[in-house]
Design a binder for this molecule. Structure first.
Ligand code: NI
Length: 166
């Protein structure tokens, strides 16, 4: 598969979506090429976030391009603060195309990471950016947004999804 292909649930490479991603040892040329391709992939697929495991790279990195925001690269990220207020927001995922569901998550977060230039940064995020960051962060731990919805609803959504791709 090419770097730009997105791993989907039910596809040959789906196991990587359930694995723990590994720390990026060096932010080198390969990582720059990978994250650049991932940002391009977001535009192609009209997504707002994409994590390493979704492009078959078991690495702790993700990219975001939320509405009204710039493209961002997060390498070896750590969410260091989450707000107490938990809010619903409808989420989808390029790895489970066509499935959408409301997910409850903290409204605001603080995250530390390194960018593609190897520089550490910290941002406080709210709104869509906080949402997409938490969704992508989950991908690095082998978690999908459907894990966070009620079981009956999940079973129903995934039954339809698997039938449609089958
Ligand atoms: Ni996703």
């Amino acid at each position: 598969m090419s770097m730009i292909d997105v791993v989907t649930v039910g596809s040959t490479y789906e196991d990587i979506l359930r694995k723990q991603a590994a720390t990026v040892a060096d932010i080198d040329e390969k990582i720059v090429r990978l994250t650049t391709a991932m940002i391009e992939s977001l535009e192609i697929h009209k997504g707002i976030g994409l994590a390493g495991p979704q492009v078959n790279e078991q690495l702790r990195l993700f990219v975001t391009h939320a509405q009204d925001d710039i493209p961002r690269v997060f390498i070896n990220p750590e969410i260091i603060m989450t707000s107490d207020d938990i809010v619903p927001y409808e989420e989808g995922c390029l790895s489970i195309p066509g499935v959408w569901a409301d997910v409850m998550r903290p409204a605001e977060i603080t995250i530390q990471a390194w960018n593609e230039k190897g520089r550490p940064f910290t941002i406080d995020a709210h709104g869509i950016l906080a949402r997409v960051i938490q969704h992508e962060y989950d991908h690095l731990r082998g978690r999908l947004f459907i894990d966070r919805i009620e079981e009956k609803k999940r079973e129903r959504l995934m039954k339809v999804y698997l039938k449609n791709i089958g």
